[in-house]
Ligand binder design. Structure first.
Ligand SMILES: C[S@@+](CC[C@H](N)C(=O)[O-])C[C@H]1O[C@@H](n2cnc3c(N)ncnc32)[C@H](O)[C@@H]1O
Length: 249
């Protein structure tokens, strides 16, 4: 295992073993329940789920076939299925242990059994061309050796007219720059990846402009977050880069 997590992305085996041995992959019983209830239904979770729904335009296509690349234990999928129960979702991840957790957590939180989980690598998606209406991914591409190759795969598996939406830790967020443990990218770097693989109408900004204070309710924080997302310059500095693009028809 590499000691410096900022270079982890250079070695796919090290990434795999980091996640296979991560705290969340090992959780069981009450400890797992506690972790899951801390991670779901809070302001940060709501911001991420809302932003995917909005940026992938999922309300206009509530039965879309959607791929979540690097779904982990299914945090985002729980929110998407609760908002849009008819979405046809495939969750894919490199880490088998996390997928096993997702197979338990998603049905128990949503009461639905129709999400399919598949093991795979973002750089070599195990799906046919043009098989999804939307491809989403959050906090994953910073661990991938060649993120442009991964975005090219997102483009390949999208049907024409489909949307790719990627979030990942933001190099232009002052706090993350000091503190965050993995490689960081800027909104303009990620926009460049989207354009390089032929995605169109690419828009780059960021989300998570407001900290996730537990004591202040999501009903207060969400409108502030949404307002800041519209302020030029500031909207590049949130905790997660947010880039979206369209596959040409
Ligand atoms: C920080 S977690 C994010 C999980 C989830 N997207 C979320 O936000 O809750 C990073 C995830 O990326 C996955 N991952 C890392 N490299 C990957 C790759 N090359 N292909 C697919 N998944 C990968 C890890 O297994 C882990 O589940």
């Amino acid at each position: 295992m590499m000691k410096d997590l900022k270079t982890l992305y250079q070695d796919p085996q090290a990434v795999k073993s980091y996640w296979e041995n991560s705290t969340e992959a090992r959780l069981a019983g009450e400890e797992r329940q506690r972790f899951v209830s801390q991670q779901l239904y809070n302001f940060i979770w709501r911001t991420t789920v809302d932003a995917f729904i909005e940026r992938a335009e999922l309300k206009r296509q509530p039965d879309a076939h959607l791929l979540d690349v690097g779904c982990g234990w299914g945090r985002v999928i729980v929110g998407l299925k609760q908002h849009l129960p008819t979405l046809r979702v495939v969750g894919m991840d490199l880490t088998e242990r996390l997928l096993h957790l997702a197979e338990d957590i998603v049905p128990s939180e949503t009461g639905m059994n129709d999400v399919r989980f598949v093991r795979g690598n973002a750089q070599y998606l195990p799906f046919a061309d043009a098989s999804f209406d939307a491809v989403i991914s959050t906090r994953v591409l910073q661990y991938v050796q060649d993120p442009v190759a991964a975005v090219a795969e997102f483009h390949r598996v999208l049907r024409p007219g489909g949307r790719a939406v990627v979030f990942l830790p933001n190099k232009w967020n002052p706090y993350l720059r000091l503190k965050y443990h993995t490689k960081l990218y800027s909104p303009l770097e990620v926009k460049g990846w989207f354009e390089a693989v032929g995605l169109r109408r690419v828009r780059a900004a960021s989300i998570r402009l407001v900290p996730g204070w537990r004591r202040v309710g999501a009903h207060i924080m969400l409108p502030i977050e949404k307002a800041l997302q519209r302020v030029p310059v500031i909207n590049y500095t949130g905790g997660l880069v947010a880039v979206q693009g369209l596959k040409e028809v």
